[in-house]
Design a protein around this ligand. Structure first.
Ligand SMILES: [Mn+2]
Length: 238
């Protein structure tokens, strides 16, 4: 009998990083993400987005038992949100949606990637471009201003990475209340200095994604503005 594409991947996956396809998932977490998980699964199945389907199940396994800081939500809600936001803004490219689902795995699941991410291509069969995008999005901690600038500029030169970065920022900006005061302030500043200019640049130069960049820019700007106003009020009343 012919083994199908997904069975082959499954065998490869079990052999390499010790992830078992029949692993059980934390029962209490499942209701918190399953609806949007199934939405992506249905959407990707209907459109035959194989990289996205593979990314969806891999991201779920890799982020299992990780939680969003300050929120009691399983971490996978975040990459899922970043992906569904892009779908709702009209993005339907397999590579982009797959990379959106995997955008935090090299940063947050290092133990599974002793080769630094090559595993995504060599073992899991992702397109080289998915790896390129995920690597662009992976940020070392403790970067200085110059390094940050280099990091954001490199993303800006790749419209697919930029779409994911901005969708990521939109979700994080919407959940800023989980941050400490200092971190919130830094984040708002960073959004102003790097992300909003990035959105303006991309909107102008990547016409094929103009619609998505326009909505991202509008929404991020609005959230950032209201967070900033709130913080200023707080400072005045101190
Ligand atoms: Mn993220």
């Amino acid at each position: 009998m012919r083994t199908c594409w997904r069975d082959e991947r499954r065998i490869v996956m079990e052999k390499t990083v010790g992830l078992e396809m029949n692993d059980t998932f934390n029962e209490k977490d499942i209701p918190k993400y399953i609806a949007s998980y199934m939405f992506i699964k249905g959407y990707a199945t209907g459109k035959k987005l194989n990289q996205t389907l593979l990314a969806l199940s891999l991201a779920r396994r890799l982020h299992e038992n990780q939680y969003r800081k300050g929120e009691k939500l399983p971490y996978i809600v975040h990459p899922i949100k970043v992906c569904t936001t892009l779908i709702s803004y009209g993005i339907e490219e397999d590579i982009i949606l797959a990379a959106a689902l995997l955008h935090d795995v090299l940063e947050d699941c290092k133990d599974f990637f002793p080769l630094g991410g090559k595993e995504l291509v060599d073992y899991y069969g992702f397109d080289e471009e998915v790896l390129v995008i995920v690597k662009l999005l992976t940020k070392e901690s403790g970067l200085n201003q110059h390094e940050l600038n280099v990091y954001f500029k490199a993303i800006e030169e790749n419209p697919k990475a930029a779409l994911i970065k901005l969708s990521d920022r939109l979700h994080n900006s919407a959940t800023l209340y989980t941050f400490t005061y200092e971190k919130m302030k830094k984040y708002i500043r960073e959004t102003e200095d790097f992300l909003i200019p990035m959105a303006s640049y991309c909107k102008k130069y990547y016409v094929q994604y103009n619609n998505a960049f326009t909505i991202l820019k509008t929404n991020i700007s609005a959230l950032n503005m209201s967070a900033k106003n709130m913080m200023e009020k707080h400072e005045v009343s101190e």
